[in-house]
Ligand binder design. Structure first.
Ligand SMILES: O=P(O)(O)OC[C@H]1O[C@H](O[C@H]2O[C@H](CO)[C@@H](O)[C@H](O)[C@H]2O)[C@H](O)[C@@H](O)[C@@H]1O
Length: 379
């Protein structure tokens, strides 16, 4: 049994409540209601009991429940984006790593075998952005991809239909990638665009809209982002990003001592929005509409748009590093077509079949893919 370093072990909804039984509590606390008439005095509690109004009791219960939830969030924040296996004894961590690698071998080492498995089917490439095409950095606005990576992705797109699937909004990711020939699924797949008709390699053309799964949420996300900016401004290092159909609150640069304060701030905003979900990525909270749509659904939608809906002649390959990429890995496993590659140096619980260590290995893999394609006889 391998014990794993999991980036965001819990997927919790902001509206999920830990239920504390009132029956148990009533043995130590008696409650009084606020709707008793002004002439009626609330009954006094017998000696040894505390008298507390129902309103106050509910508030206190919420603090107790909230406290438990906040600790769970902070634990999960601590586990997010591990950078080393320090907490594990070195020998066993090496054994764990070896055993994980056996289960999720390097996509570079298995390259020939993977290509053999594609068996002449149409390869379609899906690429996550942060941590996959660009290295993870402190400032999300400075997550640039290298020119070499851009040239490589450009070559990949000449060989195979290629899509960027990201948590960021399309405009932001486009500013980093700058390739009009790609498909883009932004806001965790809730905003999908394709290369514009009449696309020219020489001039920038607007992508054409294919699907927006959460268009109703646009004003809500805008409002929530404004409130989150306001609420978190007293927490140094917190960064709020508006991704149009979803939002992110970064804690990579927030002092660990202030994490619970940040969770409280986020929760105090989200409690007014029961249709939004709170999940966690790499040192980031993700706020998303509570709808049945994710990167896996976006992948399926794109395959359908490309004419491979029920086809068994397609071989999709998805490369990603984060928790939200798991929905796409799972989709491929369930379809029994293609496979996922997880970008990680550390063992993680994943539905991906293969692994690559970091964006530079992703680039090597993509380059080999292009070379392999160029060697194939033309049909
Ligand atoms: O789906 P992705 O493209 O992987 O987007 C997920 C989040 O990526 C970005 O945050 C991550 O990268 C930042 C820059 O390297 C890093 O500072 C942060 O800690 C990472 O979580 C993006 O800024 C987020 O909004 C996305 O949700």
């Amino acid at each position: 049994m391998v014990s794993l370093v999991v980036e965001s072990p819990q997927r919790m909804s902001a509206s999920q409540n830990v239920v504390v039984s009132e029956t148990t509590r009533s043995s130590i606390i008696t409650t009084t209601t606020n709707n008793s008439s002004s002439t009626q005095k609330p009954p006094t509690a017998p000696p040894g009991f505390i008298s507390i109004s129902k309103k106050k009791l509910l508030k206190n219960l919420d603090i107790i429940n909230g406290g438990q939830r906040i600790n769970a969030w902070v634990d999960s924040m601590r586990a997010s984006s591990p950078t080393h296996l320090k907490s594990l004894p070195s020998l066993s961590s090496q054994q764990q790593l070896n055993s994980w690698i056996m289960e999720h071998p390097s996509a570079l080492e298995m390259f020939e075998k993977i290509m053999e498995a594609s068996g002449g089917k149409q390869i379609v490439m899906f690429l996550d952005y942060d941590g996959t095409l660009s290295p993870i950095v402190d400032d999300p606005d400075k997550a640039f991809m290298s020119s070499k990576m851009r040239r490589t992705v450009k070559k990949v797109a000449k060989c195979f239909p290629t899509a960027i699937v990201t948590g960021r909004c399309i405009d932001k990711v486009y500013n980093f990638v700058k390739l009009a020939e790609l498909y883009y699924a932004g806001s965790h797949g809730m905003d999908i665009k394709g290369p514009a008709k009449g696309f020219s390699r020489h001039k920038r053309v607007r992508q054409s809209l294919l699907y927006q799964a959460a268009s109703d949420y646009l004003p809500i996300i805008d409002e929530v982002c404004r409130q989150l900016v306001e609420k978190t401004k007293t927490t140094p290092g917190a960064i709020v990003e508006n991704h149009k159909f979803c939002a992110s609150v970064h804690f990579r640069c927030v002092d660990e001592k202030r994490w619970s304060e940040l969770v409280l701030q986020i929760r105090s905003v989200l409690k007014e929005y029961p249709t939004l979900n709170l999940t966690q990525g790499r040192k980031v909270f993700e706020i998303r509409p509570m709808i049945e749509w994710d990167k896996g659904k976006a992948l399926e939608f794109l395959l359908q748009s490309l004419g491979f809906g029920n086809s068994n002649s397609v071989f999709p390959v998805y490369i990603g590093d984060d928790r939200t990429d798991e929905d796409a890995f799972k989709m491929l496993r369930d379809r029994g077509e293609g496979f996922g590659i997880l970008v990680s140096k550390y063992p993680k619980d994943t539905d991906a079949s293969y692994s690559l260590q970091d964006p530079s290995e992703v680039m090597d893999f993509l380059q080999r893919l292009v070379e392999w394609k160029q060697m194939q006889p033309r049909m």
